[in-house]
Design a protein around this ligand. Structure first.
Ligand code: UD1
Ligand code: CA
Length: 495
């Protein structure tokens, strides 16, 4: 164990810079997408590392990222996480190994008087606290700080990783890559996590001395610690105990294992900290960026993606998928709904088998039933569209009932047009609303109507195309024997 007890603080430390290696391709993923772009918990691997890095530099210094393979896409993923000025990119034109990748940053970092924390774009779960203690050990090593501190961890199966070789006294000697290791060295269970602190002014001269004389013909960053040690510099090893946290992803099998770890971590926190009931954690998928309120229940096979916010006391039925949406309090989303980029207000009931997308807005207490699709549409408070309906580019007012099989015919083959249905309207079953069209307040359409012209308020229309049948008395004037529902029933029964 070379972890040091903190000593009286040394001379004020040089500032911290962070360099993330993300130029490699990741052949073992067997993918046409660069490894660091593969997603974990819905976000690219590189985004996870960037978020942790920016927590460490507290947004005060940029994060340096080495890009190469699919550089534009990787830059895009980094910018999406850190914002425009959050990162400085360095290009490694040819991927000649991790040492070469760091060397690519010489122009921007070579002269810096800093401590350089080097991270891999494929180690997504490492926590900022862990990196903080690595940096602390590096700076306080033997009271004066080390030239290099590397993170090591013991693995039951170290296959594939670089091994940390120590001498009889347990002092660091060198790192040997799997492909260069002797049979005895391969027995070593302590591996290099690929996370290091270097004193920048010592790192770059040492990198110049790295030679690609190894099984892979690459410039290994892992040769640098031994070079520094041979120069009489202090190299310290930070022995970490949580193997999962600091191990990298090389294959899709590992990616799926990480996905499971991250998923269970998220669900655990929802249950323990947020008071969410998760009936079957093995089959529930919640993005780490989602928020879910107290006493909400997630039934099996629910997916909550992106930055979705779900309120308190909701029931999310099995097989439903909610992505980048807002759901209020006391909402019931029944089984097998798809809700994307949409909003469901308090006390609504949605589903089963409803599809809300592209800014669908369901207002307080409204009901959306089975096989109803809403796109770019609002359904006003207490309104209902309960069966087999398409509402596209529609604005529906309050307390309106949309009968079964209603379609807003919003597309004329070239353009999309809006439909407005005002409050307290009764749309009869199987009504086609040929947009652009407006149905005035309290009006009624007969079953099977094809509405091609605006309907004024308080009017009953029916037929193909729909014609005005009569003006309707306002509720307060209506004879007590005939409610609007009875009107509608009567109209719908007309031959
Ligand atoms: C590396 C270490 C190994 C360690 C392991 C931990 C070396 C030589 N080996 O091996 O000791 O146990 O990480 O996960 O460093 N990259 C570039 N440019 C390149 C090559 C790689 O930017 O030319 C980037 C990759 O995108 C990746 C990171 O460096 O993010 C690590 O590269 P990878 O090829 O995965 O290294 P390993 O073989 O896993
Ligand atoms: Ca790796």
């Amino acid at each position: 164990m070379e972890r040091q007890t903190p000593q009286p603080s040394p001379a004020p430390s040089a500032p911290l810079d962070i360099l993330i290696l993300a130029a490699g391709f990741g052949t073992r993923m067997r993918s046409s997408t660069a490894k660091v772009l593969h997603k974990l918990g819905g976000r690219p691997l590189i985004a996870h590392v960037c978020r942790t890095a920016s927590a460490l530099v507290k947004g005060e210094r940029p994060v340096y990222v080495v890009v190469g393979h699919q550089a534009e896409e990787v830059k895009e993923a980094v910018r999406a996480e850190l914002g425009e000025g959050g990162a400085v990119f360095v290009t490694q034109t040819e991927q000649r190994g991790t040492g070469d990748a760091v060397f690519a940053a010489r122009d921007v970092l070579g002269e810096a008087n800093s401590t350089l924390l080097v991270l891999s774009g494929d180690v997504p779960l490492v926590r900022a606290e862990t990196l903080g203690s690595l940096v602390h050990q590096h700076r306080t090593h033997r009271g004066r700080g080390a030239a290099c501190t590397l993170m090591a961890v013991r693995l039951e199966d170290p296959t594939g990783y670089g091994r940390v070789i120590r001498d009889e006294e347990g002092r660091f000697q060198k790192i040997v890559e799997q492909k260069d290791a002797s049979p005895e060295e391969r027995q070593v269970g302590e591996i290099n996590a690929g996370i290091y602190c270097f004193e920048t002014r010592l790192l770059f001269p040492a990198l110049e001395r790295v030679k690609p004389e190894n099984a892979q013909g690459e410039f290994y960053l892992t040769d640098v610690p031994a070079i520094l040690r041979a120069d009489g510099e202090d190299v310290s090893v930070y022995a970490h105990t949580d193997a999962r946290e600091v191990s990298g992803i090389n294959t899709r099998v590992e990616l799926s294992e990480f996905e499971r770890i991250l998923r269970l971590r998220t669900l655990r926190s929802l249950m323990l900290n947020s008071g969410v009931t998760v009936i079957d954690p093995q089959h529930t998928y919640v993005s780490p960026d989602a928020q879910i309120g107290r006493d909400t229940t997630l039934h099996p096979n629910v997916h909550v993606e992106g930055r979705t916010v779900i309120g308190e006391g909701c029931q999310i039925g099995q097989g439903s998928r909610i992505a980048d949406s807002r759901v209020g309090n006391g909402v019931t989303v029944k089984d097998h709904c798809v809700v994307v980029d949409s909003e469901i207000a308090d006390h609504c009931v949605v589903g089963p088998f409803a599809h809300l997308r592209m800014n669908a807005r369901v207002e307080e207490g409204a009901h959306v039933g089975n096989f109803v699709e809403m796109k770019k549409s609002r359904l006003g408070s207490k309104s209902k569209a309960n069966h087999l309906t398409y509402l596209g580019d529609a604005d529906v007012g309050e307390r309106t009932n949309i009968g079964a099989g209603t379609i807003t015919c919003n597309y004329d083959g070239k353009n999309k047009h809006p439909t407005v249905i005002e409050h307290d309207v009764k749309i009869g079953s199987d009504t086609m609303l040929v947009a652009p069209v407006r149905v005035g307040a309290r009006s009624v359409t007969g079953a099977g109507s094809v509405v091609t012209e605006d309907v004024p308020p308080d009017t009953l229309v029916a037929g193909v195309p729909a014609k005005v049948k009569k003006k309707l008395p306002r509720a307060e004037e209506a004879p007590e024997t005939q409610t609007a529902e009875e009107e509608l029933t009567a109209v719908n029964r007309e031959p």
